[in-house]
Ligand binder design. Structure first.
Ligand code: SF4
Length: 371
């Protein structure tokens, strides 16, 4: 297999879905007790048959997470640089057909935002933009990385997919990780949700993690948007993707995130609902399947839910997030990409983490550690 697309094409969505929904109690018990879990075990753990096993799954997930990560939770914060976007995505407040005022931060504005973020204690920032190749392009990213590099130990990016050579240019400028969510692995539904713009190219997006691996990125994040399609089947394909990448690009670290669709201005209703218990099941299933992967939970989730999940298998959370460009200092009132649910300050989140006996970590890696 030269890239993930070849492997992906060898699977059929409906067959995978049927296989997950036909898993039995025996399959779940085998998955819980085996020492080396395979993709078939992961299917069992995310299946409806595993719902009565949430308690043993949670206990095992907690044990494995403590063994690998200790009592720590990493903290990061998004910095929205631009809401300009030439794509139509049915689930996003920045979609081209959504009539909002567009803004891309200038260098001076970025520094104002950075100073607020630094005053909150952060050393890990996630840069976020829409996809607007005329304004938010490689040269802009290079300029931003050079500008903010002195302020942060870790800089992650969630922007449009780039070519391998472009990633190769950005890594020496301080880019440590890239988040690239497939949104859904259901090819036909992907087209419905991305009818216009470069993002409508399913395969280019699917191959992005391969390009990141070839560029030698330190860490990459995978995931789907829960609510677009059957979450169990989408999660299987995410696990398949992770498995493939870990074997092929073994020097890279991996993280997962599975945001649930949130309300936004002019918003889409989820096609598939996932309740809190099912999200806990999914977090635990990923941890049982993969002891190394980092699992992130954003401010999309509620205060109560995030408090509960700290001890279950997640390893990083955002706090105090603004999802609009200029949201921290420049234009706090501009339109957000989506509504956040947990509005607590970073300090309150850090205190909550400590109250559970865990240590909030503002920086877990530094570029000086790179060979
Ligand atoms: S999800 Fe990204 S690409 Fe799609 S409309 Fe929103 S900002 Fe643009």
């Amino acid at each position: 297999m030269t890239n993930f697309q070849d492997l992906f094409e060898s699977y059929n969505w409906d067959d995978v879905k049927e296989s997950i929904y036909s898993k039995t109690k025996n399959d779940v018990e085998h998955a819980l007790h085996t020492s080396r879990r395979k993709l078939e075990d992961f299917k069992a753990l995310i299946s409806p048959a595993a719902a009565p096993y949430l308690e043993p799954m949670a206990q095992l997930s907690q044990k494995l997470t403590l063994k690998r990560f200790g009592k720590t939770i990493q903290l990061y914060i998004p910095l929205y640089l631009s809401n300009e976007c030439t794509n139509i995505c049915t689930y996003c407040g920045f979609s081209l057909d959504n009539k909002v005022r567009r803004k891309t931060l200038t260098e001076e504005e970025i520094l104002r935002e950075v100073h607020v973020i630094k005053s909150l204690g952060y050393d890990h920032v996630l840069l976020v933009t829409g996809e607007a190749n005329q304004t938010v392009h490689l040269e802009y990213f290079k300029k931003v990385l050079n500008l903010i590099r002195p302020y942060f130990a870790q800089v992650s990016m969630e922007v449009q997919p780039l070519d391998t050579e472009e990633y190769t240019e950005l890594i020496p400028l301080g880019l440590t990780s890239v988040l690239i969510y497939q949104e859904t692995y259901h090819k036909e539904d992907y087209k419905k949700h991305h009818p216009k713009g470069k993002k409508s190219n399913f395969n280019y997006r699917l191959e992005t993690p391969d390009r990141l691996g070839q560029a030698g990125i330190h860490k990459m994040g995978l995931g789907v948007l829960i609510g677009l399609e059957d979450w169990r089947t989408d999660s299987f394909f995410t696990a398949l993707h992770l498995n493939y990448l870990e074997k092929k690009y073994w020097k890279t670290r991996y993280s997962l995130s599975f945001p649930r669709l949130r309300p936004f201005s002019g918003g889409l209703e989820p096609k598939v609902e996932m309740n809190d218990k099912e999200l806990v099941q999914l977090i635990c299933a990923y941890r049982l399947f993969n002891e190394e992967v980092e699992i992130s939970l954003s401010t999309r989730e509620s205060e109560k839910f995030r408090n509960h999940c700290v001890q279950l298998g997640i390893t990083s959370i955002s706090a105090g997030s603004k999802t609009n460009p200029g949201g921290y200092a420049v234009e706090p009132e501009s339109l957000e990409q989506f509504e956040i649910s947990d509005e607590r300050s970073p300090e309150m989140i850090a205190n909550m983490i400590r109250s559970k006996g865990y240590e909030p970590v503002w920086k877990d890696w530094d570029r000086v550690m790179q060979c």
